[in-house]
Ligand binder design. Structure first.
Ligand SMILES: [Zn+2]
Length: 349
């Protein structure tokens, strides 16, 4: 083991580094603090309200247990006010990590199916977004994703919510697809992505997390992906890596999530370095951070180790996420300048 000089300990630098996050889920961002507030609102749920007991509750024995806990948190989101509280408090947690801009993936189908009025859902997220931006300075934008396992009915419903001018929230920028990949072929979702793209939304499906590179190809050719969620198995196909690099299609890499879901066996086997060597634009993300015992800062620390990055390298990584975001050019410039100024100050001190 080599001992790094103290000045190369990346944690303090990362903690203050302005960042953008592009792959993080709404319910999956409910921290023990937020879950405790939600559980207190719904005492009939079996979820503990004591934050310390919640830390144990969030310690997963296996993947099935993770799903069980995840669904028990989904069950706490019952009213528009729950949606608002969750969304607003996520922004507070992001601001603490110096996240300036986040594209948060929401699955509106899970809420509307559970009886939350669709218009009230949209109003709740928009109200939370505007209040959080004013109070914390973190800008949130939405990706509405299809829960693939829920079938084409959920795809139809998600496309409708994302494209109906009377419902579609101002903060919505993209359209996604999540859930298991095995047995849920991507091409069947093409008509829904076509509708979303025609309505001006960007295409950002998950692909190649638990299946091979052919799923990433499907996401590119059938769903016209502009970024790919995970894309982990792209590393097995040099032609695909070259295609991603040539077209500037970013991968939303979530290292700790990949270990937790066993998409990758160990961090040392993670293909992040291979992506960078192939010239692919990589962004670092946290996916479902409290559920995987991580946060965005920890993911940057993991990336610093895997890619052997110093402060300048970390600043470039943070700028990759800004570059790959759906912010307008002025918004991108503003955060990139802030990253540069922070890094220059840090290195001069
Ligand atoms: Zn995800």
């Amino acid at each position: 083991m080599t001992v790094q000089p103290a000045s190369h300990d990346p944690h303090a630098f990362i903690a203050g580094l302005p960042k953008a996050e592009l792959h993080v889920h709404h319910v999956g961002s409910a921290s023990p603090r937020i879950v405790s507030e939600l559980a207190a609102r719904h005492p009939d749920s079996k979820v503990p309200t004591d934050p310390e007991a919640l830390v144990d509750y969030f310690t997963f024995t296996d993947f099935a247990h993770f799903i069980q806990v995840y669904l028990s948190v989904v069950d706490l989101i019952r009213t528009p006010e729950d949606v608002r509280l969750l969304t607003y408090e996520i922004a507070r947690d992001m601001a603490r990590q110096q996240v300036r801009y986040a594209e948060l993936t929401l699955t509106p189908f899970s809420s509307t199916r559970r009886g939350i009025d669709e218009r009230a859902f949209m109003e709740a997220i928009e109200d939370a977004r505007k209040s959080a931006e004013a109070d914390f300075g973190t800008v949130q934008r939405w990706c509405f994703d299809i829960p693939g396992e829920a079938g084409l009915e959920s795809a139809e419903e998600t496309a409708r919510l994302a494209t109906d001018d009377r419902l579609r929230p101002e903060g919505l920028v993209s359209f996604g697809l999540g859930g298991p990949e095995t047995g849920v072929p991507r091409p069947q979702f093409k008509p829904y992505f076509d509708r979303a793209i025609a309505a001006g939304l960007h295409s950002v499906p998950h692909a190649g997390e638990t299946t091979g590179p052919e799923t990433v190809w499907d996401a590119l050719t059938e769903l016209r992906a502009e970024r790919v969620g995970h894309g982990t198995s792209s590393a097995r196909d040099p032609r695909l890596l070259a295609h991603l690099a040539e077209h500037g299609i970013a991968l939303e890499v979530c290292p700790t999530s990949n270990i937790a879901t066993r998409a990758v066996r160990t961090l040392d086997e993670h293909p992040l370095q291979a992506f960078v060597e192939a010239g692919v634009l990589v962004t670092i993300n946290s996916d479902d951070p409290p559920m995987f015992g991580t946060d965005l800062n920890s993911e940057y620390a993991v990336a610093a180790r895997l890619l052997d990055l110093d402060e300048r390298g970390l600043a470039e990584l943070a700028k990759n996420a800004v570059r790959a975001s759906f912010l307008d050019e002025a918004g991108k410039r503003r955060i990139a300048d802030e990253i540069d100024a922070y890094t220059a100050r840090w290195l001069a001190s």
